[in-house]
Design a protein around this ligand. Structure first.
Ligand code: S3P
Length: 182
């Protein structure tokens, strides 16, 4: 029985956009991990990083995940860095199915190049650094996370897919998994 689906993937891979639509299609509950953390702090992720530091954010991320993973029939959009520790990987594996929305470094660059709400890239945008530096940073982070992301139960290459197509593919895949588990 599948009771939870976790959406993972790099920043801008579409987790927060696809999550609520998929939840709506399935009639499930939806949580966005970053939004839950922001609400509880009454601060943006950037402000939390600046005020309390990344380590604090990562610990709070795990604590929040430990609470959310008790909900049933739920889709949870993770932050891009949630699935980058053994601890979080085991929480996710033990409590649900993981979907990795995979996109290329080039697509990530195109989507991130003007965004100042991502603490791990923000300095490059603010300092108007060249594309090569963005790609370097993106690849470095991707390399650190790749082995975790690729432990997902479903991997979808979404570079060229429209959101509707991704949702349809995922909903079909989930129904298949649910039938297989009945
Ligand atoms: C992060 C991704 C962000 C957010 C924080 C850290 C990361 O979420 O959790 O800025 O480490 O990749 P999105 O993937 O939703 O942008």
């Amino acid at each position: 029985m599948i009771e939870r689906v976790y959406l993972t993937g790099f920043m801008t891979s579409g987790k927060s956009t696809i999550g609520p639509i998929l939840a709506n299609v399935l009639g499930w509950e939806f949580f966005d991990l970053d939004k839950v953390i922001e609400k509880e702090h009454e601060r943006s992720v950037v402000e939390i990083f600046e005020e309390f530091g990344e380590e604090y954010f990562r610990n709070f991320e795990t604590e929040t995940l430990e609470r959310l993973c008790k909900h049933h029939n739920t889709i949870i959009s993770l932050g891009g860095g949630t699935l980058s520790s053994d601890k979080n990987l085991s929480i996710l594996k033990e409590t649900g199915k993981i979907v990795y929305l995979r996109i290329s470094a080039e697509t990530i660059y195109q989507r991130l190049k003007h965004k100042i709400d991502r603490p791990l890239i923000r300095d490059l945008v603010l300092n108007e650094r060249p594309k090569e530096e963005f790609i370097q940073r993106i690849n470095k982070i991707l390399d650190q996370r790749k082995n975790y992301y690729e432990k997902a139960d479903i991997i979808l290459d979404t570079d060229n897919n429209r959101i509707g197509i991704t949702v349809d593919l995922l909903a079909a895949e989930m129904r298949r998994l649910m039938n297989a588990c009945d």
